[in-house]
Design a protein. Structure first.
Length: 175
């Protein structure tokens, strides 16, 4: 790596690896340029970058990072997904794209310091989004309180019903 521009590319990759919340590697053999552009456009709003990178650059950039464990996957044609915000949404998007374009294959990934196989990444892509999980969590927390509220308010409601019944009887009884 004698050339300065190569060193700059490696440093840029190393920065991307360190700043990404999730890094996923794909084999893009058979993917056309127009399909790659389509994928990039889908991933852009998710703050995810799809880059085709030389394996030698990845090997050098991964030194001293968690990604170094994945060096054995840097063979053949490799593209990298750098996920800066929500890796789960990015995985959902990439697996939707894989269903439409089987030319791209997942190799491996790293999320929260854990090595992920293609099967694990696919399982993660099927998980509900953060928003849905938050809604489920709020409902789970609120439901016991709601049940307690109904249980505690029922005697008061019953008293109101009885008093309304007595009031109606008195109204109908007196001319």
């Amino acid at each position: 790596m004698a050339k300065d521009w190569k060193k700059a590319k490696v440093e840029e990759l190393k920065l991307k690896i360190k700043s990404a919340k999730g890094v996923f590697f794909t084999d893009f053999k058979g993917l056309t340029v127009s399909e790659a552009l389509k994928l990039r456009r889908r991933l852009w709003p998710l703050d995810t970058e799809f880059r085709i990178v030389k394996n030698s650059y990845l090997t050098h950039a991964s030194q001293g990072t968690d990604i170094e464990k994945l060096n054995s996957y840097f063979k053949d044609q490799t593209a990298v997904l750098f996920c800066y915000k929500d890796p789960l949404s990015s995985l959902k998007c990439i697996f939707q794209f894989i269903n439409e374009n089987p030319a791209i294959k997942m190799k491996a990934g790293m999320f929260s310091g854990k090595l992920l196989t293609p099967q694990e990444m696919e399982q993660m892509s099927k998980l509900p989004s953060h928003e849905v999980l938050r809604q489920i969590f709020v409902i789970a927390i609120a439901s016991p309180f709601r049940a307690a509220l109904h249980a505690l308010s029922w005697p008061m409601n019953g008293l109101v019903f009885v008093l309304n019944g007595i009031l109606e009887k008195k109204r109908t009884a007196s001319p």
